[in-house]
Design a protein around this ligand. Sequence first.
Ligand SMILES: Nc1ncnc2c1ncn2[C@@H]1O[C@H](COP(=O)(O)OP(=O)(O)OP(=O)(O)O)[C@@H](O)[C@H]1O
Length: 355
Amino acid sequence: MAEGIDCVDVTKTFGPTDQALRQVTVSCQAGETLTLVGPSGCGKTTLLRCIAGLDNPTGGTIRINGRDMTHADPQRRSTAMVFQNYALYPAKTVAANIEFPLVMSKVPRGERTGRVAEIARLLRLTSHLEKKPAQLSGGQKQRVGIGRALIRRPSVLLMDEPLSNLDAALRVDMRTELHELFQKLGTTVVYVTHDQTEALTLGDRVAVLNEGQLQQQATPREVYARPANRFTASFLGAMNLLDGTVQDGYFRTPDGSPIVELRAPKAATTACIGIRPEDLRAADTSASHPHVTLTGRVRLLELLGSEELAHITLASGHKLKARLPVGTVTSGTVHLSVDTERLHLFDAEGIRIDL
Ligand SMILES: Nc1ncnc2c1ncn2[C@@H]1O[C@H](COP(=O)(O)OP(=O)(O)OP(=O)(O)O)[C@@H](O)[C@H]1O
């Protein structure tokens, strides 16, 4: 049975000063996949280890299926962890590696064999069961690691960067496989990654961490479309961030020239406007919907395939990137527009202001 997880105000301090987690509150519903994403050192692994019971939080509460498990032994939590380095036994066969947790918990041999066969079918390892880990590819080894975690039928699967040791092409394949696997299993999964694509494609919801603090927890769509702050905006997906001020209903450059008319806020404040590169398009003078037009000079055109990434300097001196169909712009002066509803505005502290 899948179980939900609630972390409330979880704090973890290593030594007198190193605060790995600062009052982090996140939840993962039963059967849901939650991705924990953020830069190196932001506290992702520490939070996962606290959920697994491998680390003890300094403060706060961790509930699994409604029960307080903050300081409970790992064995009582019905969680299983998959590590980034697979940690397989090199001398044991694939079957023996997968079976090992059942041997430790003294499950009878007949039942063990059946369960290994079942997991091997699920993970497409049936024809590899008698091989040793050294005879497997990276993706197969990772599947064995996952099999060993799943064999105990945990209700919560905790995964710490499981794909980070694989090459780029294999990562993409394994990402698709994991996505299918999570849907088939219906298990609650907490998945740590620093890879934004993995976070957005695998998570039913995403929790973004930075410097031990939760920045936002929402669906991938929501985090991308309405990032709660400047950090989330630039960490998940590219975003042009243009610093300036908001005054008299206009977003202005530091020299006071108006760039964009805004409905809010009225009071003068330093601010930053955000535009995703794919939200810019060639200026359409006949467009009737509210939009702003920006004029600049193309510095560089990078071919991405069917699209180009144009590096542009605006008259105000701001630099931005626009993702456009090939041939939309050439070198020289360009006029681009963006729908006002696609603009993001952040205040002096980097917090989103709704337009
Ligand atoms: N056992 C420990 N002793 C002391 N400090 C620790 C320990 N484990 C983690 N830290 C510190 O806690 C902070 C968060 O580390 P953590 O491993 O959770 O980050 P992370 O986001 O998982 O990083 P990465 O993506 O690089 O694995 C870091 O500053 C790290 O140095």
